[in-house]
Design a protein around this ligand. Structure first.
Ligand code: PHE
Length: 344
C-alpha cells in the first residue's frame, strides 16, 4: 500500500511539474486529492490493515497529501507570478516616446476683435459696462429720446416680446442705464460690448443678431473735439497709424449733433478701390454729442454736463480688417474659417 501511495505521489508531482496552466493544476488537485481520487481510494482499504500498520500508512498518506498540496501551491504561485510579469512586460510604457500634441482652440475672431477694442479703450481710461439683452421699451427707446410713435423707431425693426419688452436693437440703452447709476454726477467713461437684435433678413451683410460696442463719456466740458480725438486714436490703432478720419453729419435721436465717422481706405490709401467703393473712405461708426434730453432723463444737469457717445459694429470692423466677405461666417462656426484666426 505504501508503494502504491509512493507511486501516486511521484506521478502527481511529475504532472504538477509539467503543468503550464492554472487550469491544469486545478484538475490535478481534484483528481489526486478529491473524494473520488486514488489516494482516498487507497485509504478506503485501510480497514484491512493490521492495527500496527494502520497509523504508519495513515501518517504516510497525510505526508503524500501534504507534499502534493505544497507542490500545487508552489506551482500556482509560480504561474501567477509569471502571468503578472508577462502582463507588466506587455504593458510597459516607453517614456522616451515623443508626446502627442495637445489640441488647443483659439478665440473666435469676433471675440478677439472685441477684446482688442476693449483693451484699446481701457488704456484710454474707459471701463467696460454691460446691460441686458432683453430690454424694456423705456431704455431701448424712450430714455434715448425716442418716445412712442417717434418715426425714427422704424430705423431699427425690433423683436418685441410684449408691448413694453423687446430684444434690444442697440447697445445704447446701456448709456441710459449707466448714467442713471451715476446719479447726476460725472465723470462717466464706459464702453459696452454686447449682442443686439433686429428683424432683418440674413444675408452677406445683415444678421438678425449681431454685436455692437457702445461708448459713452459724460463730464463737464466734454466737446466734439474730444470725441474726434478718441475716434482718431481708435482708428489709427485698429487700422494703421497713417489712417485719416472724417466726420460727416448724420442723425441719431439721442445725439445732437450726430456724425458718422469714415476712415481713409487702408487698402488703397484713398485713391479708390473695391473695398472703399472707389470713394477713398470707409464708413466705420455712428457717434455724436449726447442729446440734452437724454442727459436730463438720466438725471444729469445738461447745463453743467455734456458728453459724447459712439456705437460701432465689431463684425464690420473684423470683416474690414481681415477681408471677410460674409457676416454669416461669424455665426456658422465652420472650423476651417475659425482656425484661420489662431494666433501663433
Ligand atoms: N445706436 C446707434 C445704432 O445702432 C449707434 C450710435 C451709438 C450712434 C451711439 C450714436 C451714438 O445705429
Amino acid at each position: 500500500m505504501q508503494d502504491r501511495l509512493q507511486a501516486l505521489k511521484e506521478e502527481a508531482l511529475l504532472k504538477i511539474q509539467q503543468a503550464n496552466e492554472l487550469k491544469e493544476l486545478q484538475e490535478i488537485k481534484v483528481s489526486y486529492l478529491g473524494k473520488k481520487g486514488p489516494i482516498t481510494e487507497v485509504l478506503k482499504g485501510m480497514g484491512k490493515l493490521s492495527p500496527e500498520e494502520r497509523p504508519v500508512i495513515g501518517a504516510y498518506a497525510n505526508e503524500v497529501r501534504d507534499a502534493i498540496t505544497a507542490a500545487l501551491d508552489a506551482k500556482i504561485r509560480q504561474l501567477e507570478q509569471a502571468a503578472i510579469e508577462e502582463k507588466l512586460n506587455k504593458e510597459a510604457i516607453d517614456v522616451t516616446l515623443p508626446g502627442r500634441p495637445v489640441r488647443k482652440g483659439n478665440s473666435h475672431p469676433l471675440t478677439a476683435v472685441i477684446e482688442e477694442i476693449e483693451d484699446l479703450f481701457l488704456t484710454m481710461g474707459f471701463t467696460v459696462a454691460e446691460g441686458p439683452e432683453v430690454e424694456t421699451d423705456y431704455y431701448n427707446f424712450e430714455a434715448l429720446n425716442l418716445p412712442k410713435g417717434h418715426p425714427a423707431r422704424d430705423m431699427q425693426d425690433s423683436f418685441f416680446i410684449t408691448e413694453d419688452i423687446l430684444l434690444r436693437t442697440q447697445t445704447s440703452p446701456v448709456q441710459a442705464r449707466t448714467m442713471e447709476k451715476h446719479h447726476g454726477r460725472g465723470p462717466v467713461k464706459i464702453i459696452s460690448p454686447g449682442k443686439v437684435y433686429r428683424r432683418d433678413d440674413d444675408d452677406a451683410t445683415h444678421s438678425h443678431q449681431f454685436m455692437q460696442i457702445e461708448g459713452l463719456v459724460v463730464d463737464e466740458n466734454v466737446r466734439l473735439s474730444d470725441l474726434k480725438g478718441v475716434l482718431e486714436t481708435f482708428a489709427k490703432k485698429m487700422f494703421g497709424e497713417d489712417r485719416k478720419i472724417r466726420l460727416r453729419p448724420s442723425f441719431f435721436p439721442f445725439t445732437e449733433p450726430s456724425v458718422e465717422m469714415d476712415i481713409s481706405c487702408f487698402k488703397c490709401g484713398g485713391k479708390g478701390c473695391s473695398i472703399c467703393k472707389h470713394t477713398g473712405w470707409i464708413e466705420i461708426l455712428g457717434a455724436g454729442m449726447v442729446h440734452p434730453n437724454v442727459l436730463e432723463m438720466a438725471g444729469f444737469d445738461s447745463k453743467k454736463y455734456t458728453g459724447f457717445a459712439f456705437g460701432m459694429g465689431p463684425e464690420r470692423i473684423a470683416m474690414l480688417k481681415y477681408g471677410i466677405d460674409d457676416i454669416r461666417h461669424f455665426y456658422t462656426n465652420d472650423l476651417r474659417f475659425l482656425k484661420q484666426f489662431k494666433k501663433a
